[in-house]
Design a protein. Structure first.
Length: 305
């Protein structure tokens, strides 16, 4: 299966022009989730088919009446299983919470997505209590990264299902969490974009915490512009257009200590291609030693702080 490459902007344009509808987008996502040859069963812990269809039909009616809450209204997104959604159980990827009482209200960040008209397609799988960057879950399965899927590679974590839901077109954006990389790691493993905003920008109410000082709620999506859009909605800020920064003259350091050790050949080749493209556009690439990185193993030997 080829990764889905549609962006939020392109989907919004299709909706505006009548080339698709919210109901059609939701039906397509649900079909991909239900595909027996796909990753849907491992990617989602709960799929709200009935609620998603009802919300999509409502957004189509509002758009027809020129009353859509935003140009993105009707686009399906996924929600990591850490967040409260009214009437649903927040399991945090664990069996320990599966019998917990359903949430009585949406988490503020979820409510903001609804207010913008995004359709919540379901709750995505994750590392239990978000406590790992690999993406493994022994209870609900581990979705496979799109990279060499026939071989089977971990998707990265802890927002594992969030990333795979986006790459496989089971959702067109995802709400994740990031404490030590839980949006950025699975995005990198799966070939999409993940962003961790400053924690104070997004209210942390309505989510199962990992670290009260380091937790942050962020987007996973197919482009930087998509993440900018979702981040603005999460933070309840106006959605502003993205202005690319010129690459020419940008100075980038490549750490040679530990960071590039023992890489697979395919990773090395992809990394060097990226550096070559940046250099060709005028970026200044400097390879530098970072002896401080040698202390990381010792610092983390007992689990870190």
């Amino acid at each position: 299966m080829m990764p889905d490459t549609r962006t939020l902007d392109s989907l919004a344009a299709d909706l505006d022009a009548g080339r698709t509808s919210a109901r059609a987008l939701v039906d397509e996502c649900l079909a991909r989730i239900d595909d027996k040859n796909g990753e849907g069963q491992r990617t989602f812990i709960h799929v709200d088919s009935e609620g998603a269809i009802a919300a999509a039909e409502a957004m189509d009616k509002l758009r027809k009446a020129n009353a859509a809450p935003s140009r993105f209204a009707g686009i399906p997104i996924s929600i990591k299983d850490l967040f409260d959604i009214k009437g649903q159980v927040s399991r945090a990827g664990s069996l320990a919470l599966r019998d917990a009482s359903p949430a009585t209200a949406d988490a503020p960040v979820v409510a903001r997505l609804r207010r913008a008209g995004f359709v919540l397609i379901g709750r995505t799988n994750m590392v239990e209590f978000a406590y790992s960057g690999l993406g493994l879950n022994p209870h609900y399965g581990t979705p496979k990264s799109p990279w060499q899927r026939d071989v089977g590679h971990v998707p990265g974590g802890s927002s594992s299902g969030a990333a795979v839901s986006v790459t496989d077109g089971m959702a067109h954006g995802a709400l994740g969490t990031d404490t030590g990389g839980s949006c950025r790691i699975p995005a990198a493993y799966c070939g999409i974009v993940g962003f961790k905003p400053s924690a104070w920008r997004i209210p942390l109410d309505g989510g199962v915490p990992l670290s009260f000082t380091l937790d942050s709620y962020g987007p996973l999506a197919r482009s930087v512009a998509c993440c900018v859009t979702l981040d603005a909605v999460h933070a309840d800020e106006p959605i502003a257009p993205v202005t690319p920064r010129p690459v020419k003259g940008m100075r980038l350091a490549v750490p040679t200590t530990i960071a590039l050790d023992d890489l697979e050949r395919a990773v090395v080749e992809a990394f060097e291609r990226a550096l070559s493209k940046l250099s060709a556009q005028g970026a200044i690439i400097e390879r530098i030693a970072m002896p401080e990185f040698d202390a990381v193993g010792t610092l983390n030997a007992k689990g870190g702080f």
